[in-house]
Design a protein around this ligand. Structure first.
Ligand code: NBG
Length: 865
């Protein structure tokens, strides 16, 4: 490319090469430049918001310079690239993370007595300019374009892909409204819109030049009449909208590689409906155009639940079509033959949401590129891989055929053909097995309408399918996908256990612990954030009393920070007793509210504790005596419920009602406090997680595919109470079973237990009876004693699907053990925490990405020179 540009021009461009800021001087210069030009402000009216904006643009400048170099390097080398398609990227704030990553090595400060990374350097600079970094960082709204674990996983993965120098792109949607903000009013969840772009977005680069037309509806044209549907056909679309690219640079840790996260926004075409216009219906034709933007207006706020709305399917196709078009365009620039497409392109489907990309690629190859069906299908199959994130039926996407035939008529034909060829193969291998055929078919024949099973389509269209933790990956093989294992053999199915990025979840969220670690293991340049095996050295200090005390001090400081946050959220009123903070156990459960995650069991446990304390007091015990049995504890909850999820909302209300009663009961003298933190999100998680002594991961065995906050809590020196579910299993293997509090029935037992409930062969433990009686008596809802009826009914009369009554006794017993160790064997407790962190390295998302790269994508890193 270089040779096409005249020498003279090239010289000029080189002379004015844009430079990154490298030191304080350079940063000051850039900062003031942007305040005075980009923001049109000055020394006299630069507030924290302006300081945030200017710092962000300055940092972005550096990233963009490296981003350009990365792209030029990749264009020249043309390696295989990975495309990670995810409808959710739960990024959180960008600035602090960029300052920590940003590539450059720490440099000695002006006195030469300390190493300063970019973050510390900018912090000092901002100080000199009159700002506090913390205040500046706090100006940034969370980019909350995701619901929970699935979206946050995608965010951790693009961090790791960049850190590992993998040529990778993320593709998603630029929702105008992220996940709703949660308010708690009278104990109830109220949703308010999250217009996160309110103050603009300094991190994105709008690409006016990249606008891709996407069509919907219409009909299929076959000029030759009744030819087979596998022959090329022409889809004449009806509605047309444009996909505009917005790029977000993704920095890596200790590398100058900067990858791209490309999010699409829908906008109207400039075409005009002249038919309408001519009939004088100008207003209507403008309105219709305007509707294009609704496609990317809003993130669907469901976690682990598929809501079959037409607009959602439109989002999915819009995003798949635009992304594939972009990928194909990049591939075509290299003028390679189509047969090389899978050598150059790996596309990872994050859950079934992007499965339409499989169909769209087949359509492009057959209808537009005129490849024979089988040849095209071979390319498609080698290109795609699919990650499954759940075995729960209500979360598996199934779309009505009728909806498809209207919205995407040609795609429906292609799906039928894919299914037809697939079922023929099945029939060949297992002749005369019509039951198998109907079970395994991509089309589910149910009354009143046929459904397309997107997970099955994703399996058939991919060369690899993975689950997200060992137990989960085994479960999908024996339950929802067992027929596919029979047909394909087990090798198509694999496991990649989830992970988290230690840059955000250790260094950024917990700077003090990170510092203590780097000192202890003598790693002043924080290389352990790249190579977490270095942490094993911490084990040497597990018994060291002095070290334990320093460790505990960090925890205490983090608990104070959380207490401050809670105080702020509570209009300045302190709920947590500061004086006893060190020997108050912080017991935390923060995640989406879901029956399967069993926040109800947690709050029942709190109620049990409260009733037991009250009983002891009534029997004449002194508060000191009671405290011996039930030492100080704060139960902290946080998490959003899907707006339409009635039971989850009721659980939130119960937690808040219990909090009201317990927190205001002076008789129990602060022995229990209950807190519901409203609007749990990534930036709050960064404060909450480092403050935990104990966190709860207590899903019904077999229901939580992996969980990822479990890993975050362990990485921050907290212990876990949990069921034998999801990644808890491997956490136990890595950190040792002495360092985790496991309880409850195993997944193998679940079916039998549910059966027992159905035929009324189960006994409810007396502790649970006591709790449910208290709730039924109206203790927590005196005005409306029946308020929580659906909660007890589901256990007493509707089969207790989530098996709360089966696990409750062992849950309480294990909580008792927790109290014992925390309050009477504190040194043992801290030792467990240190040993856990020493062995948490496996859960770095860098390890995941290496596994995906090697076993699924077959891609190599491209390192900067
Ligand atoms: C969620 C699981 C979690 C898992 C994340 C990330 C869905 C469909 N699944 O257990 O419930 O940690 O995915 O893999 O959101």
């Amino acid at each position: 490319i270089d040779t096409m540009i005249p020498l003279q021009s090239r010289a000029l461009w080189n002379k004015h090469k844009v430079q990154k800021f490298e030191d304080a001087e350079g940063f000051d210069d850039r900062f003031i430049h942007h305040v005075e030009t980009t923001l049109a402000r000055s020394l006299y009216n630069c507030d924290d918001l302006a300081a945030y904006e200017s710092t962000s643009i300055s940092v972005r400048d550096n990233l963009v310079i490296d981003w350009n170099k990365t792209q030029q390097r990749l264009t020249a080398r043309d390696p295989k690239r990975v495309y990670y398609l995810s409808l959710e990227f739960l990024m959180g704030r960008a600035l602090d993370n960029a300052l920590i990553n940003m590539g450059s090595e720490p440099k000695p400060n002006s006195n030469g007595d300390e190493l300063l990374g970019t973050r510390d350097m900018v912090k000092d600079s901002l100080n000199d300019l009159g700002f506090r970094l913390e205040d500046v960082l706090a100006q940034e709204p969370d980019a909350a374009l995701g619901n929970g674990g699935l979206g946050r996983l995608a965010a951790c993965f693009i961090d790791s892909m960049t850190t590992e120098n993998i040529p990778a792109w993320g593709y998603g949607l630029r929702y105008e409204y992220g996940i709703f903000a949660q308010k708690i009013i009278d104990g109830y969840q109220i949703e308010t819109p999250d217009y996160w772009l309110n103050i603009g977005n300094r991190w994105e680069i709008e690409r006016h030049e990249i606008q891709i037309p996407v069509t919907f509806y219409g009909y299929v044209d076959r000029p030759d009449g009744d030819t087979p549907t596998t022959d090329p056909a022409q889809w004449i679309g009806g509605e047309r909208v444009l996909a505009v690219a917005y790029d977000f640079p993704v920095p890596g840790y200790k590398t100058t590689t900067v990858n791209n996260l490309r999010l699409w926004k829908a906008k109207p075409t400039t075409e005009f409906d002249f038919a309408k216009f001519n009939t004088g219906d100008y207003k209507n034709s403008v309105d219709q155009q305007q509707r294009a933007e609704s496609i990317t207006a809003c993130l669907y706020p469901n976690d682990n639940f598929a809501e079959g709305k037409e607009l959602r399917l439109k989002q999915q196709y819009f995003w798949c079509a635009a992304s594939l078009h972009d990928i194909i365009r990049r591939f075509k620039k290299t003028q390679r033959p189509w047969s090389e497409f899978p050598d150059q392109v790996a596309i990872q489907l994050n859950d079934t949401h992007p499965t339409l990309a499989v169909v769209e690629l087949q359509r492009v190859l057959v209808d537009l590129e005129k490849l024979p069906w089988a040849e095209a299908w071979d390319i498609v199959n080698k290109t795609f891989a699919y990650t499954n994130h759940t075995v729960m039926q209500e979360a598996l996407e199934k779309w009505p055929v009728s909806l498809f035939s209207r919205l995407l008529p040609r795609h429906l034909e292609i799906i039928y053909d894919i299914n037809w060829f697939f079922l023929q193969e099945v029939e060949k291998k297992f002749p005369d097995n019509s039951e198998l055929l109907s079970r395994i078919s991509i089309i589910e024949e149910v009354y009143p309408e046929r459904l397309i099973r997107m997970a099955f389509l994703a399996i058939v269209g991919s060369h690899k399918v993975n689950g997200v933790a060992e137990l989960h990956s085994e479960l999908i093989k024996t339950t929802i996908f067992s027929d596919f294992v029979k047909f394909y053999g087990p090798s198509k199915f694999t496991n990649v256990t989830n992970g988290i990025t230690p840059r955000r979840w250790l260094k950024q969220a917990n700077p003090e612990l990170s510092k203590l670690i780097s000192e202890a293991i003598n790693d002043p340049k924080d290389d352990f954030l790249l190579d977490m095996t270095k942490l094993t050295k911490l084990a040497e200090f597990a018994d060291d009393h002095g070290f334990q005390q320093r460790w505990n001090k960090v925890k205490e400081d983090n608990k104070i920070k959380l207490a401050d946050l809670i105080k702020n959220l509570n209009n300045g009123e302190d709920i947590i007793d500061r004086e006893h903070i060190n020997n108050t156990l912080f017991d935390i459960q923060v995640k989406r509210i879901h029956e399967y995650k069993r926040q109800q069991m947690n709050i029942f446990g709190v109620i049990y504790r409260y009733l037991a304390i009250k009983n002891l007091l009534e029997q004449g015990a002194s508060i000191e005596e009671v405290e011996k049995k039930f030492p100080r504890k704060v139960s902290i909850f946080g998490g959003k419920s899907a707006p339409g999820y009635y039971m989850a909302k009721l659980i939130i209300k119960l937690i808040n009602s219990v909090a009201d009663v317990v927190n205001s009961d002076v008789a129990i003298a602060d022995l229990i406090k209950v807190v519901f933190i409203p609007d749990y999100n990534v930036s709050k998680a960064e404060i909450i997680i480092p403050a935990s002594d104990l966190s709860e991961h207590i899903s019904t065995a077999g229901t939580e595919a992996s969980g990822t906050s479990n890993m975050k809590f362990v990485m921050n020196g907290g212990l876990i109470i949990g069921t034998v579910d999801g990644a808890n299993v491997e956490i136990t293997r890595e950190i040792g079973e002495d360092n985790i509090f496991l309880f409850g029935n195993l997944s193998e037992k679940v079916e039998e237990l549910r059966y027992n409930h159905k035929y009324r062969k189960s006994e409810m433990p007396s502790e649970l009876k006591m709790v449910l009686n208290a709730i039924e008596s109206g203790l927590f809802s005196p005005e409306n004693p029946n308020e929580f009826k659906p909660l007890w009914d589901s256990i007493k009369h509707h089969g207790d699907y989530y098996l709360v009554s089966d696990d409750f006794a062992s849950y309480l017993a294990t909580q008792e053990l927790v109290d014992q160790v925390f309050h009477y064997e504190k040194s043992e407790w801290i030792k467990k925490c240190i040993l856990s962190v020493a062995n948490v390295g496996f859960f770095s998302s860098d390890r995941c990405i290496e596994e995906y790269a090697e076993t699924i994508w077959n891609v190599e890193p491209v390192k900067p020179e």
